[in-house]
Design a protein around this ligand. Structure first.
Ligand code: ASP
Length: 351
């Protein structure tokens, strides 16, 4: 744990460093980027010391490229926030961009009744590089994590991703660009805030807890027996059967076409029915970047519904994965899991 000297103690923020490009440096030995020490990041952003906040930091060991993220990291992040919850007003998580949307989604389900901001951020260029986007992203995230209203309540008590001046609900965000600074988008839900000269908060879109004084519930049991099946022209019965009927899965997310459609061929529906009857939970999300599944429009969608497939509405795949890990970890009965999948728990779906 390290401290940044600041000019006051208005808000206390914990920076949690997991790795990612923001903290990478070229390693001459392998001529590729590798994560480096967190204290070097802080040296690159002296602006943080100008905030009238107490800013502490915690570094995970090892720090990783987020392509190596595992659900165990989400459990560790949730445990850390649980331990430090009363000490800090907000949490900023520095994370690689590649799997940030998965991590933000999962953590959003793992913390129920959040009353403080948990902001994920990172960058496309390392923080030591002159044109880095990392400084801007980090400074805006810290400011948003510390923002409170006149009653002292957090302005954004949600798990979010803050990137390129846009604050998005974490379980709505997607990485959509590997080149541009605008690497994330939230196609199915408007930004919670936008940073220009001022940070403009879209108050009516931000979720608030039922009880500001209640401590959140931290859920730390995940069941990861979930697979993803992306439908495509030419998909074979062997592939569909291998994924849907595997003994190692309890649930399968099917990424379907458009409004939730899949092939109407008998072999396909027979396998879906067989999997569903044998106790697999099958969730329908769309491959489209924006929009929602509606299984009542087309005959192909209706057949899936009749075969027991659950409607994923406008969920991202990343969010569906985190939600399933969380629900399966908590609930044994499939009927209850299915009901919860179709329920908006953390603002992740619109119905
Ligand atoms: N590979 C990096 C990561 O996800 C990319 C990034 O951070 O932008 O850790």
């Amino acid at each position: 744990m390290s401290h940044i000297t600041s000019t006051g103690t208005k808000s206390a923020i914990l920076l949690i460093y997991t790795g990612g490009t923001i903290g990478m440096k070229e390693d001459p030995a392998i001529q590729a980027l590798r994560p480096f020490n967190f204290s070097q990041i802080l040296e690159e952003v002296p602006e943080l010391g100008k905030f009238a906040y107490r800013i502490d930091s915690y570094t995970f060991d090892p720090i990783i490229d987020s392509s190596d993220v595992e659900p165990s990291l989400w459990i560790a992040i949730t445990e850390l926030i649980e331990q430090k919850y009363d000490e800090y007003d907000g949490f900023v998580i520095l994370h690689g961009t590649d799997t940030m949307a998965y991590s933000a989604s999962a953590v959003s389900f793992m913390i129920e009744g959040l009353t403080k901001p948990v902001i994920f951020t990172g960058s496309q260029l390392p923080i030591g590089i002159p044109r880095t986007d990392g400084k801007e992203n980090l400074i805006s995230s810290v400011e948003i994590a510390a923002a409170r209203d006149s009653e002292g309540h957090a302005l954004v008590p949600e798990v979010c991703i803050c990137f390129d001046n846009i604050l998005m609900r974490g379980n709505r965000a997607l990485k959509i660009n590997s080149d541009h600074f605008r690497a994330f988008r939230s196609p199915n839900y408007p930004p919670l805030a936008e940073a220009g000269i001022n940070i403009r908060y879209n108050q009516q879109l931000i979720r608030r807890p039922d009880n500001w004084n209640a401590r959140p519930i931290f859920h730390k049991t995940l069941d990861t027996r979930v697979s993803i099946l992306k439908i495509h022209p030419g998909i074979t019965p062997q592939i569909v059967r291998t994924i849907l009927c595997s003994n190692d899965t309890r649930a399968v997310i099917i990424e379907t076409y458009g409004a939730g459609n899949a092939p109407s061929k008998d072999w396909f529906l027979d396998i879906v029915r067989e999997a569903s009857e044998s106790g697999k939970i099958i969730l329908d999300v769309t491959q489209c970047l924006a929009g929602s599944v509606n299984m009542d429009i087309y005959a192909t969608g209706k057949c899936l519904k009749e075969a027991g497939v659950v409607n994923g509405y406008d969920s991202t795949t990343e969010s569906a994965l985190g939600k399933l890990f969380y629900l399966l970890g908590e609930i044994q009965e499939n009927a209850t899991v299915k009901k919860m999948l179709e329920t908006d728990l953390r603002g992740e779906i619109s119905k």
